[in-house]
Write a protein that binds this ligand. Structure first.
Ligand code: SF4
Length: 315
């Protein structure tokens, strides 16, 4: 009979033996969030990747996040339990198309969301996350013209808040585009006391009914400090696990997707990571993120610029 593996015990043993840490994004399932050494949004995870003394970083998230960790910590081994854990937003901005876009819009500072491939980062001046996008734009002189990529919803949101001259790349995240404004309004009618909290990657109609718009960490902070007891949450529902943990007496209703027959508000890429794959990955130290040295060198500059600006802002 095959011996049953206790994955959690084995993961704990392996990470100690190999001096490895597990970084997990808020969109991972609850069981993975529970075993992570650190849970966070893209910004916090980048900061953590840059400042830890582990030999191995196992990234429970998607590929662009693991690539960011590798760029920030090139001497460490960075592992991603499933290389198919991609991102529709990162895929919507291919390097050859983006180079053409830059040529068509010369003289602009290139700000890219971290949800991009390492090649796109290497073409950028500054990176940003949804936590710091407004601060990054505001850190530049008023007359500086900007290209913002790849998320058009976040780009338009930042443009509206800052009033700056921004040309926005036409990319989207398939998860945040899927929320149904009709269903959110219906839910709001059923729960008039509920606050609608929305990620800035959502489309304009959804942002327009929001009581609060913010990054995943900003949404978490908001429900912690706010006095309401019910929230309609328009972002990937993995975040609700931490919201419930932090505020067990409050209610969180996931905003429904346009197609009610599917779980399209869940990121299928994020959910490719499982406890079993984490165990196998830690054990075999594969698959490993490998990036060309020159891309690492060029990709580091915009990420460092972002971290420097965020550090000065105390984020
Ligand atoms: S939720 Fe959207 S932006 Fe985030 S990893 Fe999934 S596809 Fe990419």
């Amino acid at each position: 009979m095959r011996k049953q593996i206790n994955y959690i015990n084995e993961i704990n043993r392996l990470r100690k033996e190999k001096n490895a840490i597990i970084l997990a994004h808020y969109y991972q399932t609850g069981d993975i969030q529970d075993i992570a050494d650190f849970i966070g949004d893209s910004l916090a995870l980048s900061q953590k990747a840059a400042e830890n003394d582990a030999d191995i970083i196992l990234f429970a998230g998607v590929k662009f996040m693991a690539e960011t960790a590798k760029i920030l910590a090139p001497d460490k081994k960075v592992l991603l339990p499933d290389m198919n854990a991609g991102c529709s937003l990162a895929d919507s901005c291919r390097a050859e198309d983006f180079e053409k876009f830059i040529r068509e819009n010369p003289g602009r500072t290139i700000i890219t969301y971290v949800n991009t491939t390492a090649e796109i980062k290497a073409l950028s001046d500054i990176c940003c996350t949804s936590s710091n996008a407004v601060d990054i734009v505001n850190s530049l002189p008023n007359e500086e013209k900007i290209i913002f990529a790849p998320d058009r919803n976040l780009g338009n949101y930042v443009q509206k808040i800052t009033g700056r001259d921004i040309v926005v790349w036409n990319g989207t995240c398939h998860v945040h585009e899927e929320f149904s404004i009709e269903s959110i309004i219906k839910l709001k009618t059923q729960h008039p006391e509920a606050k609608v909290i929305v990620h800035p990657e959502c489309e304009l109609p959804v942002r327009m009914v929001a009581d609060f718009i913010g990054s995943t960490s900003a949404l978490l902070q908001f429900v912690k400090n706010d006095k309401s007891v019910t929230y309609i949450v328009a972002t990937e529902p993995g975040i609700i696990y931490q919201m419930k943990k932090g505020e067990p007496e409050k209610s969180f209703i996931p905003a429904p997707p346009k197609d009610s027959t599917c779980g399209c508000s869940e990121c299928n890429f994020m959910k490719l990571i499982t406890i079993e794959k984490i165990y196998n990955c830690l054990r075999s130290e594969k698959p490993e993120i490998i990036i060309d040295d020159n891309i690492i060198k060029e990709g580091l500059k915009p990420i460092k610029r972002m971290l420097d600006i965020s550090g000065k802002k105390g984020k």
